[in-house]
Design a protein around this ligand. Structure first.
Ligand code: AMP
Ligand code: MG
Length: 330
């Protein structure tokens, strides 16, 4: 990718970003899921800055990005064989493992709890940054807390100035929604769905992997808030958004609506239409950019046609619907 026009995979940009991190500064970097807001994961003041800039509640933990399993071992107390199995099968990739946290990782990274979430991103720019920096990098989604995640460099640039956050431009994110988060241990459990299913993880581990909410309070003793991915309103545009089976009914009487629809062919009246792809993977990759565009239209209402989440891509649709449910709540 080095040298391809318009994106920052060049060595000079990576070196500048790594030295920004070494100085305790922040760098937004592309991954295959969304853009991350990067900081030195073992430097408390840098991580503090991430929380402050995002407006993220203190109890909400960050994902630590690592180049590989060897780097992951440095941030956990215990690296079970099952973690090796998942790393070998699915890293680099959109799977985050929650494991016991090593003392080198400041408590603030973990929302004060005893665990740490780690993943190795499948993106050449993220990987080049991790290698140039040579250590673990926290990378929550590079948006203000609760808002729509960024899948383009310009989404990040729209929020913070370059002196606050240096942005590495890697073009659009391929997967477009956040990683699958799996709690490791006696009863492995996926508590944030993503494009990698619990069934895939179960196949790797050779035993069942649960799905659905975990008791985060119990898991992270001392935590006062659930994880951000578990908050009801999250991934949300500023404009009120609704998920609708009946798009025509939802736009009726609204002066300025924006509709995100796949198949819907009704009369949108004065509403603007953003046509969404029919395939699950393409829909997921497009979703956040479409929500950003809809938000910028300055409409009174965003209406999202509810995708029929069935068939071979049920895992991705499930993850998409989970995000839509939070984007359209409250
Ligand atoms: P984001 O960085 O915005 O993609 O969100 C990170 C997500 O990772 C949160 O929503 C949590 O669900 C999860 N997470 C990160 N660290 C931990 C941890 N130590 N324990 C449990 N969940 C975590
Ligand atoms: Mg986020």
């Amino acid at each position: 990718m080095i040298g391809d026009g318009g994106t920052d995979s060049g060595l000079r940009a990576i070196d500048a970003a790594a030295s920004r991190l070494r100085g305790g500064g922040l760098v937004a970097f592309p991954t295959e899921t969304v853009y991350g807001l990067g900081a030195d994961a073992v430097r408390e003041d840098a991580v503090e800055r991430v929380f402050a800039l995002k407006g993220r509640p203190r109890g909400n933990p960050l994902i630590v990005h690592v180049a590989d399993a060897a780097m992951a071992r440095g941030v956990v107390l215990d690296w079970p064989e099952e973690a090796t199995a998942i790393a070998e099968a699915l890293w680099p990739g959109p799977v985050t493992m929650v494991l016991p946290r090593a003392g080198v990782v400041p408590a603030i990274v973990a929302g004060g709890g005893p665990t740490v979430a780690v993943r190795s991103p499948d993106h050449p720019v993220a990987m080049a940054l991790l290698e140039a920096f040579g250590g673990p990098i926290v990378g929550p989604s590079a948006n203000r807390s609760g808002m729509v995640s960024p899948t383009l460099a310009e989404h990040v640039r729209g929020v913070w100035a370059e002196d606050e956050v240096m942005v590495l431009d890697g073009g659009p994110c391929r997967a477009g929604i956040e990683s699958t988060v799996v709690l490791m241990g006696d009863e492995p459990r996926v508590f944030r769905p993503g494009v990698v299913s619990a069934a895939t993880l179960a196949g790797v581990l050779g035993r069942p992997v649960g799905e659905g909410p975990v008791d985060v309070g119990a898991m992270r003793a001392g935590a006062t808030l659930p994880s951000p991915g578990l908050l009801e309103r999250h991934y949300a545009p500023r404009t009120r958004a609704v998920l609708a089976d009946d798009v025509g009914g939802a736009v009726a009487g609204v002066e300025h609506a924006v509709v995100l629809a796949m198949g819907w062919a009704g009369d949108a009246g004065d509403a603007e239409l953003i046509r969404m792809p029919g395939s699950a993977a393409e829909y997921a990759a497009r979703l956040y950019a479409a929500l950003h565009e809809a938000d910028e239209a300055g409409a009174d209402l965003i209406v999202v046609e509810r995708p029929a989440a069935a068939g071979a891509d049920a895992t991705i649709w499930h993850a998409v619907l989970e995000r839509l449910g939070r984007a359209c709540s409250g």
